[in-house]
Design a binder for this molecule. Structure first.
Ligand SMILES: Nc1ncnc2c1ncn2[C@@H]1O[C@H](COP(=O)(O)OP(=O)(O)O)[C@@H](O)[C@H]1O
Ligand SMILES: [Mg+2]
Length: 367
């Protein structure tokens, strides 16, 4: 097992910078998820670690070994792809044993390893079938098995669950997490799905336009996003944003726009007072819109009236959508017992100590 270290790793295609000077230290045993929208450079980064794409500049180490010039087969990694990439003409047994047979591993040892791995993944009963005779989930398990059986130092996975239906995706998510904890193999996992990132990762690396935006534990990223992009990308439904002006009145700072006038909480005042007179963007998580302000101290309580646009009852909660006067749609997550319908007017409350503030121009978090 091993750590993986990226030093100023860059990939250019002509003048286009697909991956821009990434620095990352992935610890031994760690499960790191690269997440970001399509085209942000996740696959390129992963394939550079695998040795399938050459770096334009920078260094990659696996353990203490500089691997820039090593062939993929010499890097001691195993990769799982989105499309499984099983050999269609081989049985599951042959697919699983392929890499060991290449290494001329002893037949009885291969048998033993396949037994062990297929038990772990619950695929013992399909060993004689061809991939076409398996469901998507079963194929994905075989693809995982083929990676595990090699006992690599590092697992690289590129959106391995995106071809599965929603229910199976959730199930496989848990299985991969459990497997990784059990085998303790350092893993770099790529996905565009922030829920996968949040639920599976020890640490998340959020990327945009080839640049790492933030790298931290799921909870830290959720609680303290460094900019508006990360704040909006991590969390579901996403954080709500609206712009307004900071002003000082009655010896305290307020956030004001056409819909609301919110008292800035004590804990935010120090950082925001210097910005009085300027525009800022505030961010509110959907579950921080409250229908009852009684539990919120008056000094940090804000409220405004909205007209409900759309109601989505989800069983355990209700999502309600409303528009602000600047046109921005907001979504609130409320408890399931509220009887609300489109066209109703509601008083929404916020505890302003739960707000996020972003610089209007740079979109960086102010707090
Ligand atoms: N061979 C290539 N030639 C030119 N541009 C490429 C090539 N491969 C990828 N790109 C570009 O690099 C960017 C990052 O791609 P990729 O790493 O596949 O993104 P992701 O996996 O995050 O969706 C994209 O804009 C993509 O179009
Ligand atoms: Mg990709």
């Amino acid at each position: 097992m091993a750590s993986v270290t990226l030093e100023n790793v860059t990939k250019k295609y002509g003048n286009f910078v697909a991956v821009d000077s990434i620095n990352l230290e992935i610890k031994d045993h760690e499960f790191v998820v690269l997440v970001g929208p399509s085209g942000c450079g996740k696959t390129t980064t992963l394939r550079m670690i695998a040795g399938l794409i050459e770096l334009s500049s920078g260094n990659i180490y696996i353990g203490d070994r500089l691997v820039n010039d090593l062939q993929p087969k010499d890097r001691d990694i195993a990769m799982v792809f989105q499309n499984y990439a099983l050999y269609p003409h081989m049985t599951v047994y042959e697919n699983l044993s392929f890499s060991l047979r290449l290494k001329k591993t002893d037949k009885s040892l291969i048998d033993a390893r396949i037994k062990e791995v297929s038990q772990i993944l619950g695929i013992e009963s399909f060993l004689k079938r061809k991939p076409a005779e398996l469901s998507g989930g079963q194929q994905q398990r075989v693809a995982l098995g083929r990676a595990i059986i090699r006992e690599p130092q590092v697992f690289l996975m590129d959106e391995p669950l995106s071809n599965l239906d929603a229910k199976l995706r959730v199930q496989m998510r848990t299985e991969i997490s459990r497997l990784q904890k059990r085998l303790k193999i350092t893993t770099v996992y790529v996905t565009h799905d922030q829920t996968e990132a949040m639920t599976m990762a020890d640490r998340i690396v959020v990327m945009k336009d080839g640049i790492v935006q933030q790298c931290d534990t799921p909870l830290s990223i959720y609680q303290r996003p460094v900019n508006k992009f990360v704040a909006g990308f991590i969390g579901s439904p996403p954080m709500n944003f609206t712009d307004g002006l900071l002003l000082e009145e009655d010896n305290r700072v307020w956030f004001v726009n056409d819909d609301m006038k919110l008292p800035v909480s004590q804990k935010h005042t120090g950082k925001l007072r210097p910005l009085v007179g300027r525009h800022v963007t505030i961010g509110i998580r959907p579950d921080m819109f409250l229908l009852n302000g009684e539990g919120v101290a008056p000094g940090i309580r804000g409220s405004f009236r909205v007209e409900i646009d759309v109601v989505e009852p989800l069983g355990a909660e209700i999502l309600i959508y409303f528009k602000l006067k600047d046109g921005a749609t907001q979504v609130a997550k409320i408890p399931p017992h509220y009887a609300v319908k489109p066209g109703d007017y509601l008083d929404i409350f916020v505890d302003t100590s739960t707000l996020h503030y972003f610089n209007f121009e740079t979109e960086e978090a102010v707090i």
